[in-house]
Ligand binder design. Structure first.
Ligand code: NDP
Length: 255
């Protein structure tokens, strides 16, 4: 059982949404280093080209898939184009946004943008990919959740609502699709130093609160999500389904 082949992703093709930077890019690097061919998704072709060039330099085979995950027609066309070239064995639904504002002033358009980017997109992409996975009777889907799938924080109730829903959508997908050979799990990061959190990282008061609140007493680094993502993408997790794997330095373990 200690065979590293259990964790090998050689011969697998992984589609990662929102992979031009941040957690998505780092997971692309991580899965690529375990042998997967990586299909990077994002909205901007030039940002994807830059990300792909970095991975190719590291010897990772890549392909770009430019589409907006909030647009179901674009998603379906994008997935069909990728599938024409080869199967999507692993899907990581990572694309997401954050918007902070007092709840009583929260703008309607930002509410809509959060729901479509963080929640509807997970349904659109997973549904389009699942049709192919079901036909093959195998496939891995990992939905990026958050500690905010469990915990409320001031100013981000709509974000927490989307991440709570993604958690339950993950369990629902597992309930419906496990019988077709699919494995659908969630990965719930705590607080990580990415562009999404740039303002919080720069905010000393917040950082000091976070370090006191987190048993590991620090921010996470995106590379620290790779092990969990490789586990959920590989044969090592062959009987894990509908599980949310939290990687948060102990944040949600303590009060
Ligand atoms: P970033 O802002 O650094 O990256 C977000 C990525 O999503 C970018 O590549 C962006 O590309 C892409 N994206 C955004 N909207 C769309 C869209 N409509 N279609 C396609 N791609 C899109 O965020 P993080 O890396 O920090 O976050 C990644 C995921 O992890 C998110 O789901 C987030 O909620 C989650 N998460 C992050 C945590 C953290 O601490 N950072 C903690 C918990 C969860 P572009 O804008 O160029 O199109």
């Amino acid at each position: 059982m200690s065979d590293p082949v259990l964790f090998s992703l050689k011969g697998r093709r992984a589609l990662i949404t929102g992979a031009s930077r941040g957690i998505g890019f780092t997971l692309a690097q991580g899965l690529g280093s375990f042998g997967a061919e990586i299909i990077l998704n994002g909205r901007k072709a030039d940002a994807l080209d830059t990300a792909r060039a970095k991975l190719e330099q590291e010897g990772i085979a890549t392909r770009g898939a430019v589409f907006d995950v909030t647009d179901q027609d674009q998603v379906i066309a994008g997935i069909e184009a990728v599938e024409k070239e080869g199967p999507i064995d692993i899907l990581i639904n990572n694309a997401g946004i954050q918007f902070r504002a007092p709840l009583d002033q929260f703008p309607r358009n930002e509410w809509d943008r959060l729901i479509s980017t963080n929640l509807s997109s997970v349904f659109f992409v997973a549904q389009a990919v699942s049709r192919h996975m079901i036909a093959r009777n195998r496939g891995k889907i990992i939905n990026i959740c958050s500690v905010q799938s469990e915990l409320a924080r001031p100013g981000i109730a709509p974000y927490t609502a989307t991440k709570g829903a993604v958690k339950m959508l993950t369990k629902g997908m597992a309930t419906d699709w496990a019988r077709h050979g699919l494995q659908i799990n969630g990965l719930a990061p705590g607080y990580f130093e990415t562009e999404m959190n740039a303002a919080l990282v720069a905010d000393e008061k917040f950082s000091s609160w976070l370090c006191q609140r987190t048993p590991a007493a620090r921010w996470g680094k995106a590379e620290e999500l790779v092990g969990a993502a490789v586990f959920l993408s590989s044969d090592a997790s062959s009987f894990v389904n509908g599980h949310i794997l939290t990687v948060d330095g102990g944040l949600t373990a303590s009060v």
